[in-house]
Design a protein around this ligand. Structure first.
Ligand code: CA
Length: 236
């Protein structure tokens, strides 16, 4: 149960699915609003600013992707896509335009509420900025980052990371599951992104994996997306 009432907007044009979602989320203690079109969704987010949006991709007026793009212009609200189409393309497109996760129909209400809770946990524990990072620790599954010490631990063992390896891990832990392109990693992690190349990123991923494997050979939290980039998964 969420500790205070969080508001969720459901954007779904199929009444049966919408009803299931409303029931599941209200049972979990969320305050639920529902609309059936993209235009209504955009208007609702502007006026009500919900804590969370569950967004169907196939809507009668505009696509969920377009709705997401519009919402992202003004709000940081986490977005979970609902899709009827399976496949990596949906996923990558969805996440690149600013979605936080997706669920493929048909799904169980329990799976959906669990995903929402996971997203809310990680978005409410946003990465602290450099200025106030003193003493902060980021935890994700078996990994912990002690920001003020630039120290990363797997279980209780120090991974002894170099600066950019640590930087990448910090970016990954902020958004588990999100696929980062090499360009994005360069921009986010390197002091002078122009001096880095795809190979630089790959080389650092390689040494990062190696250091993780020195602690646990079978732990593979970093996934390669061929031709795209990398993502991090705490539970593997
Ligand atoms: Ca639909």
């Amino acid at each position: 149960m969420p500790s205070k009432k969080l508001s969720v907007l459901i954007v779904e044009d199929e009444p049966a699915i919408a009803e299931t979602l409303i029931y599941a989320l209200e049972s979990e203690g969320y305050q639920v609003a529902h609309v059936g079109t993209g235009a209504e969704a955009i208007e609702h987010v502007e006026t009500h600013v919900p804590h969370f949006v569950v967004l169907d991709i196939g809507l009668p007026d505009i696509t969920g992707f377009e709705v997401c793009r519009e919402i992202r212009k003004t709000a940081e609200v986490p977005i979970l896509f609902l899709t009827a189409r399976e496949g990596e393309i949906d996923r990558v497109v969805g996440l690149e335009i600013g979605g936080d996760d997706y669920v493929v129909k048909p799904f169980s209400p329990r799976e959906l509420t669990a995903r929402i809770q996971a997203i809310l946990r990680r978005t409410q524990r946003k990465l602290p900025s450099r200025e106030n990072s003193e003493g902060e620790t980021i935890l994700s599954g078996r990994l912990s980052l002690l920001l003020d010490r630039y120290e990363a631990r797997l279980d209780d063992k120090n991974l002894d990371l170099a600066r950019y390896e640590f930087g990448m891990l910090k970016v990954f832990l902020a958004h588990p599951g999100r696929v980062y392109t090499r360009d994005q990693l360069m921009e986010l992690v390197w002091d002078e992104p122009d001096s880095a190349s795809d190979r630089t990123v790959d080389a650092h991923i390689k040494t990062l994996r190696k250091k993780i494997h020195e602690v646990d050979e079978s732990f593979e939290p970093i996934r390669t997306h061929r031709g795209i980039g990398y993502s991090f998964h705490a539970e593997v």
